[in-house]
Write a protein that binds this ligand. Structure first.
Ligand SMILES: [Zn+2]
Length: 107
């Protein structure tokens, strides 16, 4: 790692150090969390938006059944494939027909 980027990283960590969460501030001040937020908006407390450390996604289980579906390039039939990202044809014969067509086009 370059020294400059390392120093920048260290600096950003130092900036975060010393800052406390809204919950911790509320506890230390003996007030409620909404009060802390209110005091930030009123300028009574200095607050900043915390950097997002990690985002995680949520998957809708209703989309599970469509995840393996592929449309055959030859007959346009929608079929279920074990490896949907590489599957192109619903069956071997359509694959042969499809690749022949592709080859003919190339000539
Ligand atoms: Zn097909």
């Amino acid at each position: 790692m370059a020294l400059a980027s390392f120093n920048a990283m260290k600096k950003s960590r130092d900036n975060r150090a010393g800052w406390v969460s809204v919950h911790k501030a509320a506890k230390e001040l003996g007030v409620s969390v909404p009060t802390v937020r209110s005091w930030i908006s009123k300028g009574r407390l200095e607050g900043k938006v915390a950097p997002v450390v990690r985002k995680h996604m949520l998957i809708n289980p209703a989309s599970f059944e469509n995840a393996f579906k592929v449309e055959c390039r030859w007959c346009k039939k929608v079929f279920t494939a074990k490896h949907p990202e590489i599957a192109e044809y619903c069956c071997r014969s359509h694959q042969i027909l499809g690749t022949q067509k592709k080859r003919r086009r190339q000539k």
